[in-house]
Structures are given as C-alpha cells and as structure tokens.
Design a protein around this ligand. Sequence first.
Ligand code: DGL
Length: 259
Amino acid sequence: MKTQKNAPIGVFDSGLGGISVLRELKALMPREQFLYFGDDQNAPYGVRTEEEVLTLTRSGVNRLFDNGCKAVVLACNTATAAAVVALRTEMPDQIIIGAEPAIKPALKDGHNRIGVLATETTLASRRFANLVETVGEGAEIIPIPAPGLVELIEERIWSGPVLEAFLAKLLLKPLSKGVDALVLGCTHYPFVGETIRKVSNNLPLYDGNHGIALQTQRLLAAKDWLTDSEQGGVTFLRYGQDAGFFDLAQQLLANSWEE
Ligand code: DGL
C-alpha cells in the first residue's frame, strides 16, 4: 500500500452532526486534511431501520475511501450502532473509527443516574444494549429517545423558545427521576448543549467527541500515518446536498455555537 501519511481523514455523518466531531479532530490534529461527507439527502438516520442505516453508511464510507481517505471516522452514533461491526469485517485493512455514547466518562466522574439522549435507532441497537450491560448494577442508565431533535438542529433551530419547549417536554420525566448527568449520544446534540444545560438546570453533559479524536490519532500514529504536512484543511464532499448545507456546515465549523 502506498504511503498514506498525507491522505485526508474522512468524516461521515447523516448530516451536520459530524461537524461537532470534526471540530475536535481539527483541534487535535490541525495539520491533517479532512474530507467531510454529510449524507443530508437521506437524513435523519435515527428513524430508519438498522438495515437501511447500514446500507447508507456503507455507501458513504466507500465514497470516502474511493476519494483516497486513509481512515474514516463514523461521526455518527446511529451509523456506528448499525454499521461499524459489519464494515470492519468487510474492510479489515481499513481504519474505521466509531462513535459511542459517552457513558463511561460520566460513570468515571461518579454519576450513577445517567440519562442518555440519542436517536431511537441508537437506543434500540444491540450495540447500545451491550454498552449498558458493561455498566452492570453500579448505575442506572435511562435512555431518552429524542425523535425530532436532529430535524430541529438541521433546520438551524439551535436556541430559543421552540427548542426550549421541545427539550423541557423531553426531559420532564428523566429529570423527575433524579437524573444526575446527561450523555449526548448523537453528534448533532452538542450544537444545542447550552439550551440542554439551561433546561436541565445545569446538569453536567458528556459527549464522546474528544475521545473519538484521540482514538483516531492513536490508530493513525500506530501505522505511522499521521501527516508530515504543515498545512491542514477541510474539504466537503458534494453529493446531493443543497447549497444551504455547506453554509451551515461552515458556520458550525467556525465555532458559532456554544458548547
Ligand atoms: N448525528 C447522528 C448521530 O450521532 C444523527 C442521526 C440522525 O441522522 O438521525 O446519531
């Protein structure tokens, strides 16, 4: 295999959510080139069957590798839940990094009634059930499916009364159960982290984005595939998205939202 050092790192999501991961990747590895593909045409993934999500993810990941990527980050919990095991089996020589709800860091900080906000497909997956099993009896994990939240975020509703009312309704029951931390188990949700914090009376929030970036760096370093170039950058793969998608993506990437 030819040297991969200066090939781009692919970043895949159903839409804009993966930008929250891309920001962490860029911050950790500023000299790398990134190729982002948001499958906006088929979003949201979180209401689709695992089989559909696997098919869509496979085609997105193949597209990124066909464009010369040295690794692909599934910057999407739903795509990871449905596809990461199958894709790693199908492509054993490729580096494929997945996302998972950051329950472990929340446990590590001593929380024991942890609400996990994620898509319905993620929460219904075998992979999520396995993750919860590893927690054992030490803590209570409360799944909070959030249908409609990805759509609001993709419609650029990142704060304000509509979002607050939506979240207040969603979190009413978990908050009444005494949840002591919230895991943002979908890469879209960090964009509305500030409002989630406000509505939940400042509960600590966890997302797995920094962990994904670290894992990506580790796997590339192990192959000696980290770039030796001085200048990094981001390119967007254009495939079916409308023009507004790229404006929003640039805006989110440029740090116009609060964590
Ligand atoms: N960003 C995806 C995730 O992390 C959102 C899935 C969707 O499109 O519904 O799960």
